[in-house]
Every structure is written in structure tokens, then in C-alpha cells.
Design a protein around this ligand. Structure first.
Ligand code: LLP
Length: 384
């Protein structure tokens, strides 16, 4: 199954906007479910990838949990129907207000990223007479081969507790009365295409588990985060990521102990391909080697190309003319407001409908009002 464009309907809508193929989302979710269920793995959807209510409700309806990184994400997940027992909360800088949202709602687990944070959770839980479940987010020092802005699992990164600090964490935990250590949490980065990075993670988790067990600690839950990449180059050929190989690798390499649960926090791989950013061409003008196709969507609508030099496939849905090379750029006053250089498109003219593919993850949710532009609206295939 691949993305379906009802072009005539889409042409009639005011651009720029996000458009979601809900049938493709449904297929993707079903596949994740069936592959994870084979091994009894639990998947928490990483809300940060896309917090759109329609998507959150569809994801909750399939029985996934939610992985949140702010108090507002926790609240949003709960508002969209997620059960608190399926909500986990990570983040290197949780404020007291945010921790209290988690405590008040009895969420499943706080993924704790430092000793001072652990102390504050213990204190705040104590004030409420509660016991907070925590997982230690451990920095596994595994290098995920991905863009350096979205790599998180190296000691130099700000995330998690470094392995040389673990003895101290255990000492601190011994004195705490209002936290219960539930498990261990890891996340090495995002848009990881080489499964060997996950293999390295599994091997490191096996070692770290041994260390904990030798200290008489038996984690009930191992959470290995998210990060499975998607095919930005060929969104139609690979509309649904290879969840089969992904989960199989963990089954083969990670040494789970009897009774232990394995959890995942998948974001991008669940929602990226079901969303596109739709735009129209405003002007075509001559450049030095190519023409500029100036479209009405900009880096405020989809920031990934400007921020991570990310590639998103750009297509002209209106034209079948002779191909030419275009620099496809937005209207924002920044040279980085460019969706791609020397892109081969059929002859492109004012008013043509342009789609920017694979924008369902880290697209709408990262949109902003720079240049006082509107935040783009969203339409859905089952409701246009
Ligand atoms: N768990 C944790 C602790 C995370 O930090 C992240 C993503 C995920 C799970 C979900 O990772 P995913 O399965 O989506 O790769 N804005 C960037 C991506 C930032 C990812 C941040 N953390 C982008 O547009 O590429």
C-alpha cells in the first residue's frame, strides 16, 4: 500500500496544509501491532513525532501506549484517551509542574535522566504521599549512524545517566522512599537506517543488565526507545517500514530475563509516511544553473530540511511536462528556506500543486509562526 492522492480534491484546498492518508496510517499501525505482538513487546508511540489529535486517537485505538517528553504531551495523551498506565515520560529537563502532572495522573513511569532529577521526583512524590515508578535512562555510549543533531546515545550528549555514575545512582536510590525502580531506559537516536546500531545497543544493554543483576537489581522493564528510520528517498516503494526485521533483531540479540518486558518508543516510523505537506507554486524565476520554483510552504511549515539538511521527496502533482531542474524554495527570508536544490520536476508553473513527502513525523508538530505566518492546518483522507 502506498500514499493515495485525491488530486482533484487536494487542488481545491487552501495551501499550505498537511494532508494525512488515514488508511496508510491504519495499515502501518496494524503492521507494527502484529509484529510487536509476536514477541509480546509493548510499543509506546513517541508523541513528539506528531501530536495531532486525529493521529493520537487512531494510535490509542490500536492499543499503543504513549511516550511523552513534556507535561503538556502527557496531558495531551491523556486527553486523547491514552490510559495513564500506558504513559511514560522522558526528558532531560522536567520542571516541577511537569513532574506533578505525571504524579497527579499516576503515569506508568518517569524515565529519569540524572541524579538531581531523581531526588526531585522523590521529594515531589513524597509531598503527595505517592510512590513514583522510575526507569533509569542510561546513556549506553552507542554511536547511532545518523545526523549529529538527532544522535543521543553518546556520553558527550546531554541525555541519560552515564555508566560511570551508576554506582552513585544506586546509593541515592537506597535512601529514597518515594520512587520505585521499575526498569532501564535507552534511546540512541532517530532516523537510524542501519540495524547494526540497534544490534550494538542490544549488546550494550545485555552488559548493563548483567551489572545491575550483579548488584541484586532485577529490572522488570527494559525500554529501548525508538529511532527506526524511514525511506525518505522512496516513500512509495517503502511506505511501511520494515518492523519485522527490527523486532526480530531485538528478539535475537537482546537477552531478556524471564518475566521481563521489552518496551519501545517508536515515533517517526509509525507516522512519517502517512503525512505530506501540500503547497502551490507562487512564482517560477530564473536562477544561475536552475530555475527557482517558489512555493507557498516554507521552513516554518516544515523545518527539517533547514535544520537537519534533511531530504524530503518533492513532486509536482499538476504537471506531466518535460522535466527540468528546479531549486524548490519557500517564501521565508532565509536562504536555508529551501526544500531541495536541482530537483528534477516536470515543467512547473504558477498554481501547480506540489507535495513534500514523508512529512507525517516532525512536520506539523515542529511548525511555527516565523515571519508571522499561519500554522498550517491539517486535512484527513477520511474526512475531506
Ligand atoms: N524516545 C526518546 C527518548 C526520544 O528522544 C525520541 C526522539 C524517540 C523515542 C522517538 O524517536 P523516533 O522513533 O521518532 O526516531 N526532530 C527530529 C527528530 C528528533 C527525535 C527526538 N527524539 C527530526 O525531525 O528528525
Amino acid at each position: 500500500m502506498s500514499f493515495n492522492f485525491p488530486v482533484e480534491v487536494l487542488k481545491g484546498l487552501q495551501t499550505p496544509y498537511y494532508y494525512y492518508d488515514m488508511a496508510l496510517l491504519e495499515q502501518t499501525l496494524r503492521y507494527v501491532r502484529s509484529e510487536a505482538d509476536q514477541y509480546g513487546y509493548k510499543v509506546h508511540y513517541a508523541v513528539k513525532a506528531n501530536a495531532n489529535e486525529r493521529l493520537l486517537k487512531a494510535i490509542n485505538a490500536k492499543g499503543f501506549g504513549a511516550d511523552c517528553v513534556s507535561g503538556n504531551e502527557v496531558q495531551k495523551a491523556l486527553d486523547c484517551g491514552f490510559d495513564p498506565s500506558g504513559v511514560v515520560y522522558a526528558g532531560v529537563g522536567k520542571s516541577d509542574r511537569e513532574i506533578n502532572i505525571g504524579l497527579d495522573n499516576d503515569i506508568a513511569c518517569f524515565n529519569v535522566e540524572s541524579i538531581p532529577e531523581l531526588e526531585i521526583i522523590d521529594e515531589l512524590a513524597g509531598l503527595k504521599g505517592k510512590i513514583a515508578n522510575v526507569a533509569l535512562r542510561i546513556n549506553p555510549n552507542v554511536n547511532a549512524n545518523t545526523h549529529h543533531y538527532i544522535r543521543t546515545g553518546l556520553e558527550e550528549n546531554k541525555f541519560g545517566i552515564n555508566q560511570w555514575d551508576l554506582e552513585n545512582v544506586l546509593d541515592v536510590l537506597k535512601r529514597m522512599k518515594h520512587v520505585k525502580l521499575l526498569g532501564l531506559h535507552f534511546h540512541i537516536g532517530s532516523q537510524i537506517m542501519d540495524l547494526n546500531s540497534f544490534k550494538d545497543l542490544c549488546l550494550r544493554v545485555n552488559e548493563i543488565q548483567k551489572w545491575f543483576i550483579s548488584h541484586q537489581i532485577f529490572p522488570e522493564v527494559i525500554n529501548v526507545g525508538g529511532g527506526l528510520g524511514i525511506d525518505y528517498e522512496q516513500p512509495d516503494a517503502n511506505a511501511i517500514p520494515d518492523f519485522k526485521s527490527f523486532f526480530r533483531l531485538f528478539d535475537e540479540i537482546l537477552e531478556l530475563k524471564p518475566g521481563q518486558e521489552l518496551h519501545f518508543e517508536l515515533g517517526r516510523s509509525m507516522v512519517a509516511q502517512c503525512g505530506v505537506l501540500m503547497s502551490k507554486v507562487l512564482y517560477v524565476k530564473n536562477g544561475v544553473n536552475t530555475k527557482f520554483a517558489i512555493i507557498d510552504a516554507g521552513m516554518n511549515d516544515l523545518i527539517r530540511p533547514a535544520l537537519y539538511q534533511a531530504y524530503h521527496k518533492v513532486e509536482n502533482l499538476s504537471s506531466t511536462g518535460e522535466t527540468e531542474k528546479y531549486d524548490v524554495v519557500g517564501p521565508i527570508c532565509e536562504s536555508s528556506d529551501c526544500f531541495g536544490k536541482a530537483i528534477v520536476l516536470p515543467e512547473t508553473k504558477r498554481g501547480d500543486l506540489i507535495t513534500i513527502r514523508s512529512a507525517g513525523a516532525y512536520g506539523e508538530v515542529m511548525a511555527n509562526g516565523y515571519n508571522l505566518r499561519e500554522i498550517p492546518v491539517a486535512y484527513y483522507s477520511d474526512n475531506i
